[in-house]
Design a protein around this ligand. Structure first.
Ligand code: URA
Ligand code: SF4
Length: 194
């Protein structure tokens, strides 16, 4: 799908009926953050609070994400944050493959306009949609992949840390890796290395 500009993409998403998830939502959550942005975070799908408010990661998973960002020296407002699917699946079930396929052109278009250097995949749904359809998050988290000139860094979904506290340290390690990579890119850019 081609969109003339960001506003056109926004209008299309706001009125989207490409999959049945549109039938049960209060708000479609496109995402938030600066455009362009050096770093993009991609989660799975809006949850109950996100659906209510129309913003990504503002519920319990968002609180964990905020803590991870703060603990790694990252400012939330400097990142673009979105999800693989823009509508909340009923009862927070995982989005189905056909729903992901229906929604993916929007994420791809967002990436085109936002032009991130680094994309952090939060959880296996994002990692499978963007890095490798067979990916297992426990095996690939913390590794950096380079695709089409963009670095991809998969890590656990913040909600997984709510269920399994043992993953918190690993997630923190991954966010610190993100900070280090970002710092290095900025340093290289300012010294003219491409
Ligand atoms: N979980 C997600 O994957 N995304 C959100 O925006 C909120 C919870
Ligand atoms: Fe459209 Fe995506 Fe919502 Fe499905 S999830 S209705 S494709 S915006």
């Amino acid at each position: 799908m081609d969109f003339k500009d960001w506003r056109c993409l926004e209008e299309k998403v706001k009125s989207c009926k490409r999959c049945p998830l549109s039938l049960s939502v209060k708000n479609i959550v496109l995402g938030e953050g600066p455009i362009p942005a050096t770093v993009m975070l991609v989660g799975e799908a809006p949850g109950a609070v996100e659906d209510e408010v129309g913003r990504p990661f503002v519920g319990p998973a968002g609180e964990i994400l905020n803590r991870l960002l703060a603990a790694s020296g990252l400012k939330r407002e400097t990142l673009y944050i979105t999800n693989v699917v823009k509508c909340r699946p009923p009862g927070n079930r995982e989005p189905r493959p056909e729903e992901i396929q229906a929604c993916l052109p929007y994420l791809k278009a967002q990436i085109g306009f936002i032009r991130p250097h680094i994309i952090v995949c939060l959880g296996s749904v994002a990692a499978r949609a963007l890095i490798d359809p067979e990916a297992r998050i426990t095996q690939i988290r913390g590794k950096i992949f380079c695709r089409a000139g963009i670095y991809f860094l998969p890590t656990f979904h913040p909600a997984a840390l709510l269920r399994d506290g043992g993953k918190k340290l690993l997630a923190l390690k991954d966010f610190k890796k993100l900070k280090a990579l970002w710092d290095k890119l900025e340093k290289d850019l300012s010294s003219g290395v491409s």
